[in-house]
Write a protein that binds this ligand. Structure first.
Ligand SMILES: O=C(O)[C@@](O)(COP(=O)(O)O)[C@H](O)[C@H](O)COP(=O)(O)O
Ligand SMILES: [Mg+2]
Length: 406
């Protein structure tokens, strides 16, 4: 069956039954509205083939319910991710008869995956570029900090320090794009020069995720120009730019580099356990539209969220999906070397561990911060505690002294 099945948590409004509320969602998102339609009659009865169906309703006993709704495949436009969202995550959130509703998940049958080639690189492709396809070690990434304000020359200097310190990935922050204080193409040229210099010294290739988030009218042109100018990775804020922005870049043969996907603004959708959209459907759509890496959260960092949800989202990104490549999960937000063991023990090593403050806030600076993150990863892979490893690794020792361990 090619129909899409969406799972929702919901709380009916006062005086509204769960059956009525679930049916209201199904109708609102398919062929119905608040009243009977004269336009649906004996002649047009064929439209009922497009009706949604409430498959089941489970009471959670606390006034909340979980329902699965089947949406006929034919009501979707194959390949059009914004339209998928308008169906499974559209008007239902505003229905007055429902006091809260959260899209928990959606089952995407093969028919949906068949029209989306997915990531060009995925985990394997990114590992090949960085050279970890054999070691399978976690990747260490950093975000240039401060988020905004540095000029291209100083941005490149920070990138150089992080690269010689041992990171695998350097990325722009989610708010840094093509502002006057740091023009995109100047920044790209300066950072790539710095990374080339670092690679000559270390022999290690480092990815630089250039944030090309911009309007839909020009994001492909900006991305192509960046790749022509030597970018080895692009970054997009998927929720502010739109899934179709990532999809357009990933589908473009001229975009020959991986795409790092940031989820800034996700908290407005994902944070409330009763209302909004869980990260799971967002993760699935990012995999469909071709993101190669995606932020999914941490177990010990500064951002809220449940470890169970992070684990489930990472499993969705990495499980076999036929020809659709796995996406590299990114654990980021408030991480530092003293949290590496906790993250890897909980999330596994098929992950990108990212630290901004946890690297550039190191007492001895960026290079030492990067080295301390790598040392913490090496300690974990060697089965040694961070404290023990710090006895022979000064950068890690300084980091643990500054921030402790979790
Ligand atoms: O701006 C920040 O906060 C970060 O650059 C982390 O910096 P620090 O390492 O300095 O905390 C990332 O944007 C968050 O990780 C996003 O959250 P998430 O990964 O949950 O989407
Ligand atoms: Mg950030």
């Amino acid at each position: 069956m090619d129909d899409l099945i969406a799972t929702y948590y919901f709380r009916p409004g006062d005086g509204v039954t769960a059956d009525f509320a679930a049916q209201a969602i199904s109708e609102e998102q398919t062929t119905g509205t608040w009243t009977r339609l004269s336009t649906v009659n004996d002649h047009t009865a064929y439209v009922h083939a497009y009706d949604g169906e409430v498959m089941d309703i489970v009471s959670l006993g606390d006034g909340g319910y979980v329902t699965r709704i089947r949406y006929p495949y034919e009501i979707f436009e194959p390949g059009n991710i914004p339209q998928y969202l308008s169906v499974v995550a559209g008007n239902l959130f505003g229905l007055g008869k429902i006091s809260a509703v959260r899209l928990l998940d959606m089952d995407l049958p093969d028919a949906f995956r068949a029209v989306h080639p997915g990531p060009k690189f995925g985990i394997e492709g990114v590992r090949k570029i960085v050279g970890t396809e054999t070691s399978r070690r976690p990747h260490v990434g950093t975000i240039i900090k401060p988020k905004v304000g540095l000029n291209p020359k100083d941005t490149a200097a920070v990138a150089y320090e992080a690269a010689v310190g041992g990171v695998d990935l350097i990325k722009d922050d989610e708010t840094l794009t093509d502002q006057r204080f740091c023009p995109l193409m100047d920044r790209l040229a300066a950072v790539m020069d710095a990374l080339d210099k670092a690679e000559q010294e270390t022999g290690h290739r480092v990815l630089y995720a250039l944030n090309v988030t911009t309007g839909g009218d020009k994001i492909v042109e900006v991305g192509e120009r960046a790749v022509k100018a030597g970018a080895n990775m692009l970054m997009v804020d998927v929720l502010t730019a739109g899934f179709s922005a990532v999809q357009a870049l990933a589908a473009d043969p001229a975009i020959t580099v991986p795409i790092h996907v940031h989820r800034t603004m996700h908290g407005a959708l994902t944070r409330n356990p009763h209302h909004g959209i869980a990260m799971r459907p967002i993760a699935k759509l990012v995999r469909l539209c071709g993101g190669d890496q995606l932020h999914t959260g941490t177990v010990s960092g500064k951002m809220g969220g449940s470890a169970a949800e992070v684990l489930g989202d990472n499993a969705i990104l990495t499980e076999p999906w036929g020809p659709v490549a796995p996406v590299f999960p990114v654990a980021s937000g408030g991480l530092h070397p003293g949290k590496v063991h906790a993250e890897l023990a909980a999330l596994g090593t098929e992950i990108v561990l990212q630290a901004g403050g946890g690297i550039h806030g190191h007492p001895d600076g960026t290079r030492a911060g990067a080295a301390a993150m790598r040392q913490a990863v090496d300690a974990f892979l060697a089965g040694v505690s961070a404290e023990e490893y710090a006895k022979t690794h000064a950068e890690l020792a300084k980091a643990l002294a500054a921030w402790g361990t979790v």
